[in-house]
Write a protein that binds this ligand. Structure first.
Ligand code: FAD
Length: 543
């Protein structure tokens, strides 16, 4: 099979046009072309009124060797690489050795548990939140009735933080072993739309994520895995052995003690209580940079027009997205984050008396507004020096200020861009209606943002308005605060993926500072599961 890349065709091309383009590119007779399958499809929208679809194709031809010989040195005509997943190790049948434990059933924990189960290691998964169906009810409880369940919400529960999301499934991580492909393949087996395997910027949307997560749980259970929901890991038993600190077991919120010497900790970026306990137990943990800011909403039609010009609305392109950034004079980088085309802004706090924004959408991306985080980078050195957990304190402070600025009832504080630029509180909405539930209280966002963030965003808005016309329209609405962009801590780990100073503890995923997003968290889950399995079973059993 040959992999052909960079084949560009107009939006309205037919399947026959694709075959014809291949025949022409390879300079072969039409009869010598046996099969064409799409490996990846993206678009090139640099020329707005002549947008092209750009393909990577897998092509079977009669004489592959002859074609390859003619295209030696051409990066765009190569043999199709083998990107199938290979287990580095498998447990012997009927494995009776110690069972690994995975804390957290987000994308990282889910993929770690799946890989461990597929290797025959029968993991135990401990999740503080509820199973995804019941969790959905609690999450809607905050959005519809302003009732927060601190253990079952947008951040906590089966599926993790990305369950009620846009479900974007791309990442810029280095992935030489194509582990991302393994993740997407497992998602499709569990009911995700097949186009996630071919779209350059795939996404799933909320409802499909819910059923997918349930299906993956069933697979893990069939392979001998075991889930414990509504069970929080409250403490870690660590002992000194031969001059080393070793994890011995976990104290659970059910009162139970679970002996466990191989534990993947995939608790996400909002497990603040767990980070405090780990720090208290002397596990190496340090503060890391993250970003804070607001959510900004535009009518999706404005973004479509800005991005796709006359092609806006073409169903093949779907709802348009953007990714923009600006280096402000005060040294801060302002950038768009987690853009959700055709979606809504969601209440994303996991703690009482705090307000946090984020975004989600359905697979159709058909809602009226586009939203994205508009965030500013912050770092421990400049903004929260000293204590490894100081970033958490900063997040909490801003989230509390947002709660108060929103009226102390889980409404989000909101402001129009025109008023934000003029330095006055908003008192009435304009053309753009905010989508955040349970509602928005118009005010002045300076009440809950540090001055350097306000200054940097003020400078960036007109710059972004030149890149995406309409972006800085005075009626565009911003809500806040966006504080959970990534983890405020990193839990150090070595090459073997174990904590730098506590053997048996495998920090993983976004919360430990090794991922940012669903796909990268899931890939990290695979990596760490492999490292744990090699430690537990040994490399001699490679299968
Ligand atoms: P998490 O998903 O946070 O999972 C951690 C799990 O651990 C949780 O289920 C939690 O309940 C559990 N847990 C925590 N502490 C304990 C404990 N002590 N004991 C037991 N269990 C515990 N990313 C994208 O790539 N695309 C998107 O479109 C996208 N949209 C998002 C929208 C929203 C609203 C949110 C909140 C996030 C979004 N993200 C998105 C980010 C993405 O969800 C995260 O990057 C990803 O979920 C991180 O995966 P994780 O498994 O490392 O952690």
């Amino acid at each position: 099979m040959l992999r052909l890349t960079d084949i560009a065709l107009p939006l309205d091309h037919t399947p026959a046009d694709l075959d014809a383009a291949v025949v022409q590119r390879l300079a072969i007779a039409p009869a010598d072309l046996e099969r064409v399958t799409v490996f990846r499809r993206g678009n090139d929208a640099r020329r707005k009124n002549a947008i092209k679809l750009v393909y990577a194709l897998d092509v079977a031809v009669k004489d592959e060797a002859e074609v390859l010989a003619r295209f030696t040195g051409d990066q765009h005509v190569r043999p199709t690489p083998d990107i199938s997943y290979k287990f580095p190790v498998r447990a012997p049948a009927g494995w009776e050795g110690p069972r690994p434990v995975v804390i957290g059933a987000g994308p990282c924990g889910l993929l770690a548990a799946l890989i461990l189960a597929q290797m025959g290691l029968k993991p135990i998964i401990i999740e503080r939140g509820k199973a995804v169906r019941e969790r959905t009810k609690d999450t809607w409880g905050l959005w519809r009735r302003s009732e927060l369940n601190p253990e079952s919400n947008v951040q906590f529960g089966e599926g993790g933080a990305g369950t009620f999301s846009d479900g974007k499934l791309y990442s810029r991580i280095k992935d030489p072993r194509h582990l991302g492909r393994k993740v997407l393949t497992e998602f499709v087996k569990a009911g995700a739309p097949e186009d996630i395997l071919t779209e350059a910027h795939p996404h799933i949307g909320t409802f499909r994520l819910v059923t997918m997560v349930m299906s993956m749980r069933e697979t893990i259970e069939q392979l001998g895995g075991e889930y414990r929901f509504s069970t929080r890991v409250e403490d870690f038993e660590i002992a000194e052995e031969d001059g080393e600190r070793r994890l011995k077991g976990l104290h659970l919120s059910t009162g139970e003690y679970l002996a466990a010497e191989h534990v993947i900790m995939a608790v996400g970026h909002s497990a603040r209580d767990t980070f405090e306990v780990l720090h208290g137990r002397g596990v190496q943990i340090e503060a890391k940079p993250f970003a804070i800011g607001v959510r900004i909403e535009h009518p999706q039609s404005w973004v479509d027009k800005a991005r796709y010009g006359a092609c806006a609305g073409n169903p093949i392109l779907g709802a348009a997205a953007y990714a923009i950034s600006h280096k402000a004079k005060n040294g801060r980088t302002v950038y768009s984050f987690c853009m959700c085309p055709g979606g809504r802004v969601v209440a994303a706090t996991s703690e009482e008396g705090r307000v946090v924004t984020n975004g989600m959408s359905q697979y159709s991306r058909a809602e009226f507004n586009a939203n994205s985080g508009l965030v500013v980078d912050i770092s421990p050195e400049r903004d929260f020096p000293g204590d490894p957990l100081a970033g958490i304190e900063l997040q909490r402070r801003l989230e509390e200020l947002a709660y108060v600025a929103g009226g102390s009832n889980y409404k989000a504080p909101g402001q129009k861009v025109g008023d934000f630029m003029a330095g006055r509180a908003s008192t009435e909405l304009g053309e753009v209606n905010p989508s955040y539930q349970p509602g928005v209280h118009l005010t002045d966002l300076r009440e809950c943002l540090p001055d350097y963030v306000v200054e940097a965003i003020r400078e960036a808005l007109p710059v972004f308005g030149r890149q995406v016309p309409g972006y800085d329209h005075p009626d565009v609405i911003m809500t806040g605060v966006e504080t959970r962009s990534s983890s405020p801590v990193r839990i150090g780990r070595g090459k073997d993926c174990q904590s730098l100073n506590t053997r048996g503890l495998y920090p993983a995923g976004e919360g430990a500072g090794y991922a940012g997003g669903i796909l990268s968290a899931a890939v990290d889950g695979i990596r760490v599961a492999e490292a744990l399995a090699l430690e537990l079973v040994g490399p001699e059993l490679v299968g």
